[in-house]
Each structure stands twice: as structure tokens, then as C-alpha cells.
Design a protein around this ligand. Structure first.
Ligand code: AHR
Length: 500
């Protein structure tokens, strides 16, 4: 069976918030230290301590927003430990992640400098679990107050006269778990209290984000929306794709086709999950003022053999590329409510876009998906009818293809497509309806495309072989006289088509 896509180019469903393409960097394993921060005295070429190779790679993604410092780390992070001369900063234990020493060399100034270098917005996650209201209030004052105040003076004394612009602030992380093991009613009250002191100084307007549910915990969303909805701009959701069980998740690279299928089936559950949390949000916020922010998502496998179990280091294959692409399609489908998402995590942790080993670096298949899909950022979402063939394995079925279409500012149409099948090609016919010059126009539009595929479903990049998986030109496109486009996607591949 073929896969049929009709794109109604005259029917926009809204816009894709570029923050759906956000990232997350925690003080965890080798994400911040080594992955991003090497220090000014390092032999690894760097810009004020931030490694140049990673900086350059990340710039290629046009990252819109970066979340920091955690994760679980956020609720035991005391920001004042991370300011002032680095040599005298407090050394603490990173109890959540490997029990290693955290020297606090990467703190508020370094993170906000990283955001400036990347040209992205910072999303700071504050500490509710083990912090105080005063500590949170002073952090916001330190970063954003323009005038005379104790915190603004301290900032200036530490070398930064001008305040930063900080739009996104999270009040706690996973407070149902590592952030304090709270009940939703208790956290809802704490949220109301803490957010009161997360102030807007001058023209810095803060978008307040409340800690939301873990995957299927709909009760958390219900209670938060009911008790604290009017005090928040965003509510989070965390969902990780874990192929098997939390105790034995499965290997990142050594997997069977049944694991491939299972992983993709679980990744697609994001659709239903988002839809159900949205239904609860709609009940309390029919105007859709509050955003659903999926600020942790991605694959979670067993750590690579021989690595620190607390560092969550895993390889990244074409399977991850398909998870990323299909999940981004789901977020785009729910763009009316999902206005930010942050894949976990940027470098060397979980479904990373960049992996480093000492002075070497490679980008992952997931990186390429983010790079290819950046054309969707802030674009207009187009109404799409999609009839997919079915991908069946061992009696279970999922759709074989996934698709999303947008129009950019210049009027070009971008269609991203995935073929989830591990062994069958997908023939996709695409009809562009509603163009001002009709089918003739569709027949004339310049067409081009890029394709991401590997030599096998396990294909991945390493620092020794960094180009095993990289985008190539999509050549299997044809067009009939009436403008209908036909694309043949190889098994286990992702493509982005440009018309116009
Ligand atoms: O991303 C790794 C961890 O997963 C985060 O620290 C935590 O919020 C989640 O449980």
C-alpha cells in the first residue's frame, strides 16, 4: 500500500513555535564538563572556556532555547555557589549523578554567556526541593534587575554590569520525584508561593513554568491546573522512551528488529500522552493561554558498557533519528498547546546531539534530524491529510510513515517524512492542494530534498568514524504532469522536501 499525503497549502493551522526545537543541558556526567565547558586554560580550543567544536556544531542547529542546570540537579543547586572567582567557588557533591565533585566552574555567568554565544534564550530551572523562596527571588534579581540593588551590585562586582534577559524560569523540576517527592496538592501550594517572588524587573517579563507530570500521571496535571493554573504560563511534561524496563532498558546499539519496533511504538505514545494532558488543560484553560512544555524527552537506554552508570552516556543510531523525527512531528501536530520541548540532553547524555571523547567530537543521527528540521522553526503549520501504510511486526502494528508540513516566511513549503519500517521502502504520494495557480503551480514548483539514512538500522557515528550517518540529497523524487509528487523513502529513513 502506498502512503498518501494531501497538503492543504491554503489552510494554515497556526505556527510552529521554534522552542519545540529546544535543548536541555544538565550538570550530569560529561554534558556540561568536558562536553561544553573545558575552561579557559584547556588545550581544547575554546571561547572563554566553552569548547569551539561543540559551539560550532550547536550553532548549526539554530537552538532556540536551552534549559539548565537540571533536571534533578536543579533541586539541589544553590546558584550562589556558582558565581564569583572560579578558584574559590564551593566544591560540592553531585549526589544524583555519579557522586562526583562539582566544582561550580560553570555557573550563571558561564551559562548565560553560552546562550549569548549560541544566540538562544535561556530557560533557567530554579530550586524548590532544597532551596528557599529568598534564594530563588535573589537569583532572578541577580540576573535581571537593572538598577541599584544588592544582587545587581553583586552581579556588577562579578563583571557583568548589564542585566541579562531571562524569559523562561522553571519553579522546580520533577517535584513528584527527585525534586522533593511531593504530592501534587503540596507542590501546587509551594508553586503558588515561590512564583510570587519570581519577579518581572524592568521590561524583563518572565514566563513562569510549573513542574508538570511524569508521563501518564494525569492526576498531577489535573491538580496543578485546578489549584495553580492561573499563576503559570507553562506546565511541563516528561516522557522518556525506554524500550524495555527501567531496570533493563536495552542497549543503544546492540538491538534486534523487535527492539527497533518496540522503541518506535513507545516513542509514538507521546501523541496520546500529549493529547490526554491537553484535554485536562483545555478543561481549565480553554483559551490555551498556558503552554504544555515537554522539557524532557528522548530515548533512555542502558549506559555504554564500562562507563559510569550515573553519567547516562549512550550511543545514538538511526533508531534515535527516527524517534526524534516522529516525536517532533507529534509536537508540531499539537502546536496549539505544545510551545516548547527540550530534548534530553545536549552533549554526552541520553539522546545527545553531540558526543565528545577528549578533544574529539562527532554529531549524532539525532543531530542531523534537528538540523534538517530547523526549516520548521516559526513556520506556518499546514493542514495535512495523511493515510499511512501499516508497519506490522509480531502481531503489533504502527503507522509506517509520519509527516508534517509547514510554510516558511519566504513562502517555501517544507515537508518532513519518516519511514519507520526497518526493512520496507515507503512510497509516498504528495498532493499540494490550494496553491493560487492550482495544479499547474504545483507542477512548476522547484523541488529538492535531503535524506538521512544509514547502512543499517544500527548505523551511528563515532569520533573515529564521524560520517557513517549524514544527510545526502534525496534523489528518489518524481512528479506527474498534474503536479503530484512521488517520493520513495528507503527503510529506516528521514527526509525533508522543499517545494518552492
Ligand atoms: O535527564 C535525566 C534526568 O531525568 C533528569 O535529571 C530528571 O529530571 C529526569 O528524571
Amino acid at each position: 500500500m502506498t502512503n498518501r499525503v494531501v497538503i492543504h497549502t491554503d489552510r494554515s493551522t497556526g505556527s510552529i513555535n521554534r522552542n519545540i526545537y529546544g535543548h536541555f543541558a544538565e550538570h550530569l556526567g560529561r554534558c556540561i564538563y568536558e562536553g561544553i565547558w573545558v575552561g579557559e586554560d584547556s588545550d581544547i580550543p575554546n571561547t572563554q572556556g566553552i569548547r569551539n567544536d561543540v559551539l560550532e556544531a550547536l550553532r548549526g542547529l539554530q537552538i532556540p532555547v536551552l534549559r539548565w542546570p537540571g533536571g534533578c540537579f536543579a533541586d539541589e543547586y544553590h546558584w550562589k555557589d556558582g558565581i564569583g572567582p572560579r578558584a574559590t567557588r564551593k566544591r560540592m557533591i553531585n549526589t544524583h549523578w555519579g557522586g562526583v565533585v562539582e566544582n561550580n566552574h560553570f555557573g550563571t555567568h558561564e551559562f548565560l554567556m553560552l546562550c549569548e554565544l549560541l544566540g538562544c534564550e535561556p530557560y533557567i530551572n530554579g530550586n524548590v526541593g532544597s532551596g528557599t523562596v529568598q534564594e530563588m527571588q535573589e537569583w532572578v534579581e541577580y540576573m535581571t534587575f537593572d538598577g541599584e540593588s544588592p544582587m545587581a551590585s553583586e552581579r556588577a562586582a562579578n563583571g557583568r554590569e548589564e542585566p541579562w534577559k531571562v524569559s523562561y524560569f522553571g519553579v522546580g523540576n520533577e517535584n513528584w520525584g527527585c525534586g522533593g517527592n511531593m504530592r501534587p496538592e503540596y507542590y501546587a501550594d509551594l508553586y503558588r508561593q515561590f512564583q510570587t517572588y519570581v519577579r518581572n524587573y524592568g521590561d524583563n517579563k518572565i514566563f513562569r513554568i510549573a513542574c508538570g507530570a511524569n508521563d501518564f500521571n494525569y492526576d498531577w496535571t489535573e491538580v496543578l491546573m485546578r489549584e495553580a493554573g492561573r499563576y503559570m504560563d507553562g506546565l511541563t511534561l516528561h516522557y522518556y522512551t525506554v524500550p524495555h524496563t527501567w531496570a533493563e532498558k536495552g542497549s543503544a546499539t546492540d538491538f534486534e528488529t523487535s527492539d527497533w519496533f518496540l522503541t518506535l511504538r513507545k516513542a509514538l505514545m507521546m501523541d496520546d500522552l500529549v493529547a490526554k494532558h491537553k484535554t485536562i488543560m483545555d478543561k481549565y484553560d480553554p483559551q490555551k493561554r498556558i503552554s504544555l512544555i515537554v522539557d524532557e524527552w528522548g530515548t533512555w537506554y542502558d549506559v555504554e558498557p564500562g562507563t559510569n552508570p550515573g553519567f547516562l552516556y549512550q550511543q545514538n543510531t538511526m533508531r534515535d533519528a527516527l524517534v526524534a523525527a516522529a516525536t517532533l512531528h507529534i509536537f508540531q501536530k499539537h502546536h496549539d498547546r505544545v510551545r516548547m520541548a527540550n530534548i534530553a540532553q545536549t552533549v554526552n547524555v541520553l539522546q545527545a546531539v553531540v558526543l565528545t571523547e577528549g578533544a574529539s567530537m562527532t554529531v549524532t543521527p539525532t543531530y542531523h534530524v534537528f538540523e534538517m528540521f530547523k526549516v520548521h522553526q516559526d513556520a506556518e503549520a499546514l493542514d495535512v491529510d495523511h493515510r499511512s501504510a501499516t508497519y506490522t511486526l509480531d502481531g503489533e502494528s504502527i503507522p509506517q510513515t509520519s509527516v508534517s508540513a509547514t510554510r516558511d516566511e519566504a513562502g517555501r513549503i517544507h515537508v518532513s517524512l519518516c519511514n519507520l519500517s526497518h526493512d520496507e521502502e515507503a512510497v509516498v504520494t504528495i498532493e499540494l492542494r490550494g496553491l493560487a495557480d492550482g495544479a499547474d503551480g504545483a507542477a512548476q514548483l522547484p523541488l529538492s530534498g535531503r535524506l538521512l539514512q544509514g547502512a543499517a538500522i544500527h548505523a551511528h557515528n563515532t569520533v573515529e568514524q564521524p560520517q557513517q550517518v549524514q544527510p545526502t540529497e534525496l534523489t528518489s523524487i518524481s512528479r506527474s504532469a498534474d503536479g503530484r509528487i512521488q517520493v520513495t523513502l528507503p527503510p529506516a529513513s528521514v527526509a525533508v522536501l522543499q517545494a518552492g
